[in-house]
Write a protein that binds this ligand. Sequence first.
Ligand code: 13P
Length: 249
Amino acid sequence: MKKIVIANFKMNKTPSETKQYLISFLSKYEDCKADLIFALPYTSLAVANFMLEGRQIALGAQDVCEDDEKGCTGQISGKMLAGSGVSYVLVGHSERRAKFKEDSKMINRKIKNGLKNRLSIILCVGESLADKNTMKTLATLKNQIEEALKGLYENELENIIIAYEPVWAIGSGKTPLPKDIENAVKAIRKVVEEDFSQKAANEIRIVYGGSINAKNVSKFATIEGLDGILVGGASLDSNLFLQIINAMV
Ligand code: 13P
């Protein structure tokens, strides 16, 4: 199986900066090395969709509205994303949970709406520093996953990737020990097994995100049960991101 590598640009790059980035990146990247996804700001989706035409690289968005109502000024629906060449969407990123007060019910609705519009979901989960310090990591993961996947059919899980992103590791330069990531991955599969089936638990794809860079990436390439990575800050430099991808494949 190819490794999944996801870039999350967060709130970075104008459309012309994204274009420059992709010109440089695409001139050096060999398709098919990894299952590669660029999760970009809405404003960069059109230019990226044009530039990725014919390449085996998927386009992602960083959020989706939880419903399709037309009276939602400022929001972007799943249908609009699907019509813009987007095939993946991040849901439940900790920055959105914290800054925009996204709760588990809203996250569940966003997932259902994304799936309804044939988008694949990258569901972000992870413990806070307080959870970690009070040994509540696994309980937090269980709760976040159960709430997020409530009411889904088992066959819909093929269109879901779970991203384990400890909140304390995002943008901090700190990363968990490989053993701790392995334990979190096992715990995530166990929750999926309890709520769905052993088969679903074996097949669900899980990636890790949080302070991955070109220097530390190799330690994430060999973690048992881990299907790939989600990279924030270090994906913004095309050369560094290429190094990261090359270390994973
Ligand atoms: P950093 O790689 O910048 O820590 O961000 C991780 C992240 O939040 C990806 O979604």
